[in-house]
Design a protein around this ligand. Structure first.
Ligand code: FES
Length: 258
């Protein structure tokens, strides 16, 4: 897919939580095509310590308002600086990058989308794409506590939503792989994004239950286009750049010991 370097304009910057902001960007022309699971490299302006762009997954594309949304977790100087943008500011982005999730061939498949922490972000856009093709996506979202469960109202518009929290303040207490929905429903396909231990546990569940599963890796990235090699993952096909060959992989392609 063709990649674009764009100066986009901030339409909204919503503080969802102490550690997360939702940044919405637009431009005069229609935004390019973007697929669920793809990401953007966002330039951080105005920082003395951050020189590299930040890879941020595409949270949602609203074609009615011509906006692309990014859910940003404030983890360091770069993302904290990015979180200060205001309506009307310009943000330079490179997108769309990487390969997204595969879409099912038929709409009658039972699909589970599992997100943990900020890894829930791409599941919103994926859920919408699945709903548009007539599927009924089921979401299983995990977080530390109720406050960290983000965009629930958006997810609820797209399908059934189940949650877990580590402290039991919302949904079932524990990790996503402990949720009762996994014992009561047999899914055909699982899509997952989140912390690596969570994705490995999800992939293990998929393997044990003979379910197809795609995982979205969050390896450290810099260039985002296969040039710096800092995102390399060892796979069944050798070493590959996650930014270019991924970030989405069928778990069977990875060398995970699960
Ligand atoms: Fe540079 Fe992947 S981020 S090669």
């Amino acid at each position: 897919m063709k990649k674009y370097i764009l100066d986009l304009t901030v339409t909204e910057n919503v503080r969802l939580h102490n550690n997360y902001v939702l940044i919405k960007l637009t431009q005069d022309k229609p935004l390019p095509e973007m697929l669920p699971g793809q990401f953007a490299e966002i330039r951080i302006d105005g920082s003395n310590t951050t020189f590299l762009r930040r890879p941020i997954s595409i949270n949602y594309v609203d074609r009615t308002t011509n906006e692309v949304w990014f859910l940003v977790q404030l983890v360091g100087d770069g993302t904290r600086q990015l979180a200060t943008v205001k309506k009307g500011d310009t943000v330079n982005v490179v997108l769309p990058l990487g390969n997204g999730f595969s879409m099912p061939e038929k709409s009658d498949k039972k699909l589970l989308l599992v997100g943990g922490g900020v890894g829930t972000a791409p599941m919103l856009y994926m859920g919408e794409a699945l709903k548009k093709m007539g599927c009924k996506p089921v979401f299983l979202l995990g977080a530390r506590s109720a406050n960290d469960l983000l965009q629930l109202d958006q997810f609820e518009k797209l399908g059934e939503v189940y949650t877990t929290t580590e402290d039991g303040s919302a949904g079932e207490k524990g990790y996503v792989t402990m949720h009762s929905i996994l014992k009561t429903t047999k899914f055909d396909m699982i899509y997952t994004c989140g912390p690596k231990p969570m994705m490995m546990a999800v992939a293990k569940y998929a393997k044990e239950n003979d379910i197809e599963c795609e995982v979205s890796l969050e390896n450290t990235m810099a260039c985002g286009v296969g040039a710096c090699l800092c995102c390399v993952e060892n796979t069944q096909e050798g070493h590959v750049c996650v930014c270019k060959e991924g970030p989405v992989f069928n778990y069977k392609k990875l060398l995970w010991q699960i």
